[in-house]
Each structure stands twice: as C-alpha cells, then as structure tokens.
Design a protein around this ligand. Sequence first.
Ligand SMILES: NC(=O)c1ccc[n+]([C@@H]2O[C@H](COP(=O)([O-])OP(=O)(O)OC[C@H]3O[C@@H](n4cnc5c(N)ncnc54)[C@H](OP(=O)(O)O)[C@@H]3O)[C@@H](O)[C@H]2O)c1
Length: 340
Amino acid sequence: MGYKVVVAGATGNVGREMLNILAERQFPTDEVVALASRRSLGTEVSYGDKTLKTKDIEGFDFSGYDIALFAIGSEATKKYAPIAASQGCVVIDNSSLYRYDPEIPLVVPEVNPEAVEQYGKKNIIANPNCSTAQLVVALKPLHDRARIKRVVVSTYQSVSGAGKEGMDELWEQTKAVYNPTAEVPPKKFTKEIAFNVIPHIDVFLDDGSTKEEWKMTAETKKILDPSIKLTATCVRVPVFVGHSEAVNIEFEEFLDEDEARDILREAPGIMVVDKREAGGYISPKECVGDYATFISRIRQDSTIENGINLWCVSDNLRKGAALNAVQIAETLGNRCLKKG
Ligand SMILES: NC(=O)c1ccc[n+]([C@@H]2O[C@H](COP(=O)([O-])OP(=O)(O)OC[C@H]3O[C@@H](n4cnc5c(N)ncnc54)[C@H](OP(=O)(O)O)[C@@H]3O)[C@@H](O)[C@H]2O)c1
C-alpha cells in the first residue's frame, strides 16, 4: 500500500531528480505519473528501472492522487497548482509562487518538520529556494546552541539553478571558446557565463539588491527564526551542478570553532569535511548526486566577539529542490496522510 504520486515538470532538471529520488529512497508508491507541457507529450523519463511516458498537464485529472510534486516554474504553477489542490491532491511546490504566503508552510524537514501539519489550509506546501535550503540546514543546529544574530552570505550558484537552458548555455559557450566562428551570445544569463562569474540572479529590487538575495533573507526568517538578520550577495558561476556558500555567522553567545564542528557533525543532513590541508574541504563537483549538505572551513571570525565562518556546499537539484520535496512528502506521510 503506497501513495499515488504525480511529478509535474518530469522532463526538467528538478523533475528528473524527483523521479530518481522517489525510486532511490523507495518512497511507497502505488502509481507514479509524469507530467510536463504538451511539448513533451510521450517523452520517456526514468523512474527506477521503469520508463514512464510523459503526459500533458493540461486537462489532467488530479483527483484520486495523494501528492503532486511540482517543478514547472511560477507561471505554470499559478495555473495548475490550485486545480490539483482543489481536486484533493497535496501539492509540494518548488517554484517561488507560494513561499511567502502566510497560509502556506515553507518547509525544510531538518529544520521545521512540524510546519507540514499546516498543509491543509490550502493543500499546498512550498519548497524553499535552493540556496536557502542548504543554508538553513547548516544554521539550525548552531542557532539552537548559541542564537544567531546576523548572517553574511555570498553564494556561488551553479547554472543548473537556472534550469536545463542554463546548463545548455554554459556547455555551448564553453565549446564556442575553442571555435571562434561559433559565438554563442548570452540568452538565459545577462553576460557570458563560460569562464566568468555574474553577480546577478533574478530581478533587481529598488534597494539595489536582487530578488534572489531577498529570497534568502525572507525564507530564512520564515523557516528558522524571524529575528535573524541576513544579508546576501548571490553570484552565478560556471559550474554545472552544486551551489557553494561562504557564510559568516554572528551569535548572541560565544561558540568555539571546535564545538561548532562537533555540533555540525551530529546534525541531520550534514556531512563535515574539514581538514586544514590542501583538498581537505568539499567543492561543488564532489557533492553532485549526494543528499548531504557539506560543511568545510569552519573557523573563528576573530574580527567580532562571537563569530564563525564556514563553507557550505550542496547539490542544488537535490537538497536545493528534489530531495527536499521528497523529504517533505515523507514527513507529510509520517505525520498526516494515510496510504492507499
Ligand atoms: N534548478 C534548481 O536548482 C531549482 C531549485 C529550487 C527550485 N527550482 C524550481 O523548480 C522549477 C523547475 O526548475 P528546473 O530547474 O527543473 O527547470 P527546467 O529544467 O527548465 O524544467 C522545467 C520543467 O517545467 C515544465 N514546464 C515548463 N512550462 C510548463 C507549462 N506551461 N506546463 C507544464 N509544464 C511546464 C517543463 O516541461 P517541458 O519539458 O515540456 O517544457 C520542464 O519539465 C522552477 O520553478 C524552479 O524555480 C529549481
């Protein structure tokens, strides 16, 4: 006896990972349906050792399905999520559309699992931004010990965070560097991403920050603690998968770097790799395909009274999106839903 599950956006970066992770973690399913736009009708996607043929989301009847994992972008979500929710299927959404709605829980299961119990207000649960998910996994156990006052974070975000078109653009531009007749102008990104870094993700806001930076602040407050101040600089880098973050944390109380390392070692979802030698830390290439949020370079910040610096790396398609969504489904199953 399992759940009847829909994966919407099954042909995309996140949707494909959702299918992989449902199979890897043996999420109990009686049926799995893959949906995408009409463009992908009949496209084959893998679910464990099975192959599913993608169906068109338009006109799909969600009644009788328990959970729908959505990864189709805000615009399409606005159209289809309310339909699924009104037909009795709980939507776990990866877009930013519902994250700031006070009636919709925003959940990272290592941090605020109890929030899933609020799912019934709209039959929708939101998944955070990829950069926020890995960050709050790292912050939560430290906050519990020494109360975080302020966080300063700089991100190094991979192109897969901008969908499959972002990955294609990096690949084509990289090849074109060796073939000057085949220039590939920027389309998905604002400047050439190959052999470059771009300090701009999502739209600019009136105060000069970007929406991606604002999301990290707003989501950390909603998931972890509204009293935490957070300032971010979000940067796109020419890495295919894996987001990295340089994080400076100021606490109410003193926290020794060795104690911080021990706390993080014990915390759920975290793998500490922190040797003070060449290569004794994790880079994004090594986190691909993994579930963990990796923490390295843990050290005291001696310029403030109660400060710690650390380096945080995770697979943005997994903890930043698909894995977190499947963990939400597991939490929902354990706490709220009946199977079959
Ligand atoms: N990538 C990340 O790290 C990450 C992290 C957190 C959240 N997210 C969010 O997850 C969502 C998907 O991102 P992605 O990276 O997987 O993008 P992607 O690789 O570009 O895939 C987009 C998916 O959405 C489907 N889609 C697009 N428009 C649709 C429509 N009108 N109706 C039905 N399906 C439609 C596409 O289907 P077709 O193939 O048929 O076009 C495809 O399956 C976005 O909301 C994104 O913000 C992504």
